[in-house]
Write a protein that binds this ligand. Structure first.
Ligand SMILES: *Cc1c(COP(=O)(O)O)cnc(C)c1O
Length: 405
């Protein structure tokens, strides 16, 4: 596609939060004021050099930025094609990219004079990142988590509690992430005056998809600088996993206008593309509205939200961020999926060849990235975003491999 055909990515979303026909603000009237207050506070903060300096300072000192761009030498040799680089978000404090957004929003809350933070969490990674920044800044923290997820992720529940967060189990619905988001929105409506809601992905009503994207843009900005330093040119392909879509959009954003760089997002194919067995919204979903935003959603013919499945809890959600839907429609970002069995195999391969245990979420990107590296030539470059570390996943991997610990 030609560069001229692409709208300036910086101009999106529109002031009403639209990315083409996606996005927007589909919430109860009682939340409109809260959202527009956050939007106004964020618009002011993003223009304010003092806010940016403060965020940069904490990203460095607390989170550990910049993260390395790592040349995966043995994987490259093993695949026998393009050079493989990994952007090491797994090295960040609390183990994943999520701390970029949690820090940004906690600073924004403080600026707004809000001393109480609420958040939702599925696997617990966003809850842990939020609990950590709240402890650091002395903010009260309540994390909503489905009762089923609390049981599956007991260690993360304990981590959050150690850092002073109150974890509230949600017994409604399927007792997983979607239900936790509903409870968090209910809390926000009730306590809006002193409370800020730190949403964990590039999802939900405006301004969240934009704001969360902006807080993760540092991933792509660093990658750009680092690959130019190392290779003197931009990569041929960049690949990231897509749950709600925050690590991917942050990684891709500064490359959207460089149309020679192929951008590929990887969804969770679970057991395969059959109803209820995966979380690949672009494969099995269609346009709808869920939790504030118009986007691709896994739903049954009546519009009820479909069950989802993935080996990685962080990708296991029925909706995809609206900005992804837009760039897919524009043909600028391509999407594919990886299935559980391939993920399990690649998890072991990368661990053995590089001494890095990747998060199962990130391993979806690795599955596709290694495939592409094999197909490309040795003078080409693939950069894969390693969104998080796999230490949290070793019990599950052991179980899937029938290893008794
Ligand atoms: C939460 C999570 C994801 C998925 O969320 P996105 O918003 O799509 O980035 C991916 N990788 C890791 C390690 C996570 O913790």
């Amino acid at each position: 596609m030609s560069v001229a055909a692409l709208v300036d990515p910086q101009s999106l979303p529109t002031p009403a939060g639209h990315f083409g026909r996606y996005g927007g603000v589909f919430v109860p009237e009682t939340l409109m004021t809260a959202l527009s207050d956050v939007g106004a506070a964020y618009a002011a903060a993003r223009q304010d050099p003092a806010f940016r300096d403060e965020l940069t300072h904490h990203l460095k000192e607390f989170a550990g930025r910049p993260t390395e761009l790592y040349f995966a030498e043995r994987l490259t040799r093993h695949c026998g094609g393009a050079k493989i680089y990994l952007k090491r978000e797994d090295l960040l404090h609390t183990g994943a990219h999520k701390i970029n957004n949690a820090l940004g929003q906690a600073l924004l809350a403080r600026r707004m004079g809000k001393r109480r933070i609420i958040a939702e969490t599925g696997a617990g990674q966003h809850g842990v990142a939020t609990a950590a920044v709240c402890a650091k800044f002395g903010l009260e923290c309540v994390v909503y988590m489905g009762a089923v997820d609390m049981e599956r992720q007991a260690l993360n529940v304990f981590r959050m509690r150690l850092m002073g967060a109150e974890v509230r189990g949600v017994e409604a619905g399927q007792k997983t992430l979607k239900d936790a988001v509903n409870e968090a929105m209910r809390d926000w409506v009730t306590n809006v005056r002193g409370t800020h809601y730190i949403l964990g992905s590039a999802l939900g009503a405006h301004p969240y998809p934009m704001m969360v994207r902006d807080f993760h843009r540092v991933i792509g900005a660093e990658t750009r600088r680092q690959i130019l330093e190392r290779e003197g040119r931009l990569p041929d392909e960049m690949i990231a996993c897509v749950g709600g879509g925050s690590n991917a959009i942050g990684f891709f954003f500064d490359f959207l206008s460089d149309t020679q760089v192929r951008l590929i997002g990887i969804e969770a194919g679970g057991h395969g593309i059959r109803r209820g067995e995966h979380a690949a919204r672009f494969e099995g979903g269609r346009l709808g509205v869920l939790q504030g935003s118009k986007t691709y959603i896994l739903q049954n013919p009546d519009g009820q939200i479909e069950l989802t499945h993935s080996v990685s809890a962080g990708l296991d959600y029925a909706a995809i961020g609206p900005e992804h839907a837009y760039y897919r429609e524009q043909g600028r970002i391509e999407y594919a999926y990886a299935c559980d069995d391939e993920v399990l195999e690649t998890f072991q391969l990368v661990s053995r060849f590089e001494g890095i245990l990747p998060a199962l979420e990130s391993t979806h990107a690795l599955v596709h990235g290694l495939k592409r590296a094999r197909e490309l030539k040795p003078d080409q470059i693939v950069v894969i975003n390693l969104s998080g570390r796999g230490d949290k996943d070793v019990n599950q991997v052991a179980r899937l491999l029938n290893v008794k610990l």
